[in-house]
Ligand binder design. Sequence first.
Ligand SMILES: Nc1ncnc2c1ncn2[C@@H]1O[C@H](COP(=O)(O)OP(=O)(O)OP(=O)(O)O)[C@@H](O)[C@H]1O
Length: 305
Amino acid sequence: MPAVSFQNVSKTFATARGELHALKGVSFDIEPGEFFGLLGPNGAGKTTLISILAGLSRASSGRVLVHGADVQSDFAQARRSLGVVPQELVFDPFFNVREALRFQSGYFGIQRNDDWIDELLAGLGLADKANANMRQLSGGMKRRVLVAQALVHKPPVIVLDEPTAGVDVELRQTLWAFVSRLNKQGSTVLLTTHYLEEAEALCHRIAMLKLGQVVALDKTSELLKRAVATQLCFKTDQALPPALAAQARVTGRVVRLPAQDAVAVERLLAQLREQGIAIEDIEIRKADLEDVFLDLMSGHQEASA
Ligand SMILES: Nc1ncnc2c1ncn2[C@@H]1O[C@H](COP(=O)(O)OP(=O)(O)OP(=O)(O)O)[C@@H](O)[C@H]1O
């Protein structure tokens, strides 16, 4: 039985401009123990899908099951299997950290949960903050408490909705070390993130959403094979000739051009030289998930899911 099963999920919002189809028949399963990534540009429908999974919003049609429990008709059972770390910082300012976690345990009917609470606090680098009031914590610390709150009932499925947006490197590393440990111990993880290098490093499989539809769904290693294997990268202050600009990915002064092999690299360098373009910091690099993502989102690749 899948850990999570999205079955033909659609969601339509009534807006001032008419109907907005945020999700259009999304179907995929996440297997128990998987570390699964859900990627897509702003507005693709990721948060809408997670909200339906978490029971915070209802699908217009289709079903979502968590370990076989329907998130609408069997909400309590589905909710017990889920630990959802929300995007926004919501917390009760009157509790200290331990109290907040005890309160959350009580919500799930769990008493005497302090051993696990201590483990969560240690794993998330919060051990010395157990008695601190929530109001006194920095934004990053509050985010750690949100993660602990989501995990207080030891859910088999952990859902992280952009958990590292705007947080510092240390928290990202603490969070990933802890979540990876839980995943190795058998937890299923569903992650949405805009940090593609995180998704590449962590996720076994990835679904890419675009305008409410799944446009790619594959093992991370297979997705990476779709990109042109290597690229020529360099920096320049000059504009590229149109023929090269058409195939280039430019970020500020940094230019990336697809180049399959050494001959292609030589050809590109010759073209640049002929055009009198001064370049520096030349490097040959392997394509990464960002390349695949950008390709798919710009419609260069065939949708295959
Ligand atoms: N309550 C709502 N009412 C109307 N439209 C909505 C509502 N919630 C979301 N939408 C629209 O649905 C679409 C999908 O939004 P969603 O927040 O799921 O995208 P996302 O992939 O999570 O984006 P982001 O990466 O920016 O968080 C967008 O066009 C959004 O404007």
